[in-house]
Design a protein around this ligand. Sequence first.
Ligand code: SAM
Length: 256
Amino acid sequence: MPRKLGQHFLVRQAILERIADAACEGATPRVIEIGPGRGALTRHLLSRTEELHAIELDDLLASYLDTEFRADSRFHLHRGDVLQIDLAQWGPAAITGNLPYYITSPIVERFLALDEGFPRAVFLVQKEVADRLRASPGNRDYGFLSVRTQLFCNVELILKAPPSAFAPPPKVDSAVVRLTRRTNVPENVKSIVQFASRCFAQKRKTVRNNLRGFYDSRVIDSLPEAGLRAEQISVQQLIELQAKLDGITKTGSAAR
Ligand code: SAM
């Protein structure tokens, strides 16, 4: 089997079971599976849900899945690119998949952009990406991806998967993470994401230096925490820093 489209098939049953358990915890009437391949995970999901929407780009694999699962009325196959399909049409649902690693980030982004109808995603990803998704401040993996993800979700490590769990084995270690959507996502989350991206623009620079050009220098200089680098600041501290900067800026312009 060619390694195109990130095709590394999971063969370790214990891992497949644990992914399906993590995705279908509690009552999960509907599941979306990204990249079902030859249906290794699909089988475990079908025994835990009432309706499964599986999205597969590879035509040969899609035809195989169609033959294999056609008789199961819970199974719905969608041929196409997950990045071109509107996932919101199947909410409420849990989302899962042994992801094609070449498009992990845009898939995570699409999940984050959905709403509370999609309370969790359980993804098998490259271990390095899992580390970045769940990193805390001060850790070398902590960066904009961690902040953006953790603004929307709690991130849990479910398990680590060695290359030998796949056929063919990938060159990297893998891990399963569960993203559980927060119920208290701030209303202005889009502007916080933009603020965070500015703070992390140059990792080695202080927040103060990264934000010059966006705020009055006197305002930034008045806040001691702006003297830290973004990688040292927690998600909550970033939210508070933006609120302070915007608050002072607004009060200042009102006073002028
Ligand atoms: N779930 C299977 C398993 O664990 O054995 C296969 C996982 S394999 C890592 C990734 C799967 O995603 C492949 O079946 C591949 O064809 C499919 N895929 C790759 N790019 C895709 C895309 N843009 N949209 C949907 N599926 C895609």
